[in-house]
Ligand binder design. Structure first.
Ligand code: IFM
Length: 722
């Protein structure tokens, strides 16, 4: 028996239907399984809806567009129901009741509608869908119609909509629809990258009624006696040439086999797989239903986006839930989403790190193109591993375009990836991964920094000029304290890794060091750079200067700029913002989060928090969760809780007004970190042993979470008394 609290905290519901939130709810009700993501668009279709079906790794660079886009695939959802000749639509007839529910535990989206036709018949329609976690090519739908009043004539039509674009940009060509009995097959090709795509939808109606079809649809027509229910199962299989040469064949075979198994069997297997996910990834919070539901929601969205069986793809900043950032992969994956997976689903974390390993060539190409050595990872990347950050913005209202510098100068991503590799290795003890793949990432990015650091002979120190730290409001700055500190840390770690390899895996280690050109001389240089790396800092207070000259910028009192939703750079303008101390997101605070006590003494941490916290705009959704984590560690529980709840509700409540573009995946991963690393204080000590330093919000009765540590699953349960 499920308790009411349990019920509520596993369910995200919408009731009544709100047409003005169509795009927001499409995003939050996305279903997925690590292969595909399908937005919560309604089966019958609405004007202006953003039906989007995405799979990892299918990108295309359309003519005239600046950079490649993740491709919106043919939409498998459409099912239209006609009752006594009247097409079911929530803007026609009369909606007597509506409830849409995402069941997070079972990853099932259900919509129930009581609908009266203009002629007076009343039916109950139930729409269910899930992206199978056990058979990742399958989207499974069921549409049930029950006659409540009258015995209407029903028609159920189903199609796969091939006329899809990415907000008007056409990526597909050679579109072809064919129908055999109750099976619809749509095939297409991306017009530049030449990926083949196939979607095959197979159908089964619960009553004996002959299937009919036209060029694009299959349909069933029958009379439904009062109090009777009919159910149409639609199973769509999606394949691309990333899986094999014959996607049509694979899609047909898979859809047919699945139809034979039937909805209930597929659903039971799907639920069992989700139970395993939740067994390790669920965080149980007693005493705070809102927080409990929110963290399940954010965890769900990271889990549905994480590739299970493919190590050549990664998660974009908006997951597979929307077209924002064109599906591109940023540091969001390694520093925000990945830690939760490293600790609770290490196999998924490994897949994501392997994406970076397989794309080392792209990073090496970028380093060479910029005159450096080693591997310099792209700020934004797609299927090829090449840099895909656009250089210019879309035209502003006045027609001008803004130069985007992140692809050139937001170089800290190379260190962020190395950090994630080392974190994975420390938590898992996966030496096999590290020796074969991880070490190469850490070392070749260190080679890059060794060639990138600039020696200032006058000051006898190393510097990094023209950087963008996490705070993107200030571009092309010199000596970003975040970047310089992380590079220093990275080079120190690289030296440790080299020694570890030579001690524990001499043969493989020597081969790798030779291949990467890591000589004694290079190591001596790394050591010198690490020692002499300049990090701007006020010696009296211990406060780091975010970059050279930051302390001289204009200080605005952001408390006067409330209530406000718009970002400060939008209000002040790009140029003006750069002249102020207003910062977009956690920057020095991000450094505090990543380095923990290595950042400095408790007094220094507090001084840095006191200085930077009032300056942050949270203009990026990446910011609040990191602040929550650090605030919790510093024992600032009121701020920590406020920031945590803000991060946890960014998508559920559309707090930034842009959820239509997709889930803020980094915020989702950050929420887990705020709880695990912040409130629970979970971490590893110097010897790599688990440690817990709790700082729970006072009203939380308990928190329970699970963590894999060196292959063993551990349960951490804290109660208010701890
Ligand atoms: O990676 C982030 C960046 O830190 C802030 N702007 C948005 C990017 C994608 O989420």
């Amino acid at each position: 028996m499920i308790s009411p609290v349990d019920q509520r905290t596993w369910l995200v519901s919408e009731s009544p239907f709100n047409p003005f939130k169509l795009h927001h709810t499409e995003t939050i009700f996305t279903v997925g399984n690590g292969f595909m993501g399908v937005r919560g668009t309604f089966e019958e279709g609405y004007s202006g809806d953003l039906a989007t079906t995405l799979v990892h790794g299918i990108f295309n660079h359309a003519e005239g567009d600046l950079v490649p886009d993740i491709v919106n695939l043919p939409n498998p959802l459409p099912v239209q129901v006609t009752v006594d000749g009247e097409l079911f639509h929530m803007t026609a007839g009369r909606v007597l009741g509506f409830r849409r529910t995402l069941d997070l535990k079972r990853a099932l989206l259900t919509r129930e509608v009581l609908w009266r036709t203009s002629q007076g018949a009343i039916v109950k329609l139930t729409f269910e869908r899930f992206a199978s976690l056990t058979e990742e090519h399958l989207l499974v739908q069921r549409v049930r119609v029950r006659a409540l009043l009258g015995s209407p004539q029903i028609e159920m039509r189903s199609s796969v909509d091939a006329k899809v674009t990415n907000l008007g940009v056409q990526h597909l060509t050679d579109l072809h629809t064919s129908i055999h009995d109750s099976e619809i097959l749509v095939t297409a090709r991306t017009n530049q990258s030449n990926y083949g795509i196939a979607v095959c939808a197979a159908h089964d109606l619960s009553i004996a009624s002959p299937v009919q079809s036209d060029a694009e649809r299959v349909f069933y027509t029958f009379t439904l006696p009062q109090e009777n229910e009919v159910s149409l199962t639609k199973i769509s299989a999606i394949y691309t040439t990333r899986q094999g040469d014959q996607p049509s064949h694979m899609a047909q075979e898979t859809a047919r086999a699945a139809l034979k198994k039937g909805y209930e069997t597929l659903f039971a297997a799907h639920c069992a797989a989700w139970e395993q996910y939740w067994h390790t990834s669920d965080v149980l919070i007693e005493g705070d239903e809102l927080a409990q539901r929110a963290i399940r929601f954010t965890t769900y969205h990271v889990l549905i986006a994480a590739p299970r069986h493919d190590e050549r793809v990664s998660i974009g900043a908006k997951t597979l839930s929307g077209l924002g950032y064109k599906g591109h992969v940023f540091w969001d994956t390694e520093l925000f989403m990945l830690p939760m997976l490293t600790v609770t689903q290490p196999k998924l974390a490994r897949n994501l790190l392997m994406y970076r390993y397989h794309n080392l060539q792209g990073a090496r190409n970028k380093a060479r193109a910029n005159g450096y050595e080693g591997a310099m990872f792209p700020w934004e990347s797609t299927d090829t591993g090449e840099e895909t950050t656009p250089q210019w913005s879309h035209p502003q209202p006045d027609g001008t375009r803004i130069r985007i510098w992140t692809g050139d100068n937001e170089q800290h991503i190379s260190t962020d990836i190395a950090y994630a590799v080392l974190q994975y290795w420390r938590w898992t003890g996966d030496d096999e991964f590290f020796v074969r793949y991880g070490a190469e990432i850490v070392l070749d990015t260190a080679v890059f920094w060794g060639s990138r650091a600039e020696y200032n002979a006058e000051q006898d120190r190393y510097e990094l000029r023209m950087q963008i730290g996490p705070d993107e409001y200030h571009e092309n700055v010199n000596n970003s304290a975040f970047t310089n500190s992380m590079v220093r840390w990275h080079l120190q770690q690289a030296l440790v890794v080299r020694n570890w390899l030579l001690t524990h895996h001499r043969e493989a280690g020597e081969a790798l060091l030779t291949r990467l050109g890591i000589t004694e001389a290079r190591c001596a240089k790394w050591s010198e750079i690490a020692q002499k790396m300049y990090v701007p800092r006020d010696p009296e207070t211990g406060v780091l200067e975010q970059f050279d000259g930051f302390f001289n910028l204009e200080r605005l009192d952001l408390t006067h700029w409330q209530p406000r939703v718009a970002n400060m750079d939008w209000i002040l303008g790009h140029e003006r913002t750069q002249r102020t101390m207003v910062i977009k997101q956690a920057d020095i605070v991000m450094l505090m989060a990543l380095l923990g006590d290595q950042f400095g003494s408790t007094e220094e941490q507090q001084a840095n928090w006191d200085f930077y916290y009032p300056l942050v705009d949270h203009g990026s959704s990446l910011s609040p969760s990191i602040h929550a984590w650090v605030a919790a560690r510093l024992g600032l529980l009121e701020d920590a809780y406020k920031l945590f709840m803000y991060a946890a509700n960014i998508d559920l409540e559309d707090l930034k007004g842009n959820v239509r573009d997709g889930i803020h995946a980094a915020a989702c991963g950050g929420v887990w970190q705020a709880v695990a690393f912040g409130f629970v204080g979970l971490g590893l000590d110097e010897r790599g042993e688990l440690q817990v330093k709790p700082n729970l919000p006072p009203h939380w009765r308990s928190v329970t979470l699970r963590a894999y540590h060196r292959g063993q699953i551990r349960t951490i349960r804290l109660t208010a008394e701890n």
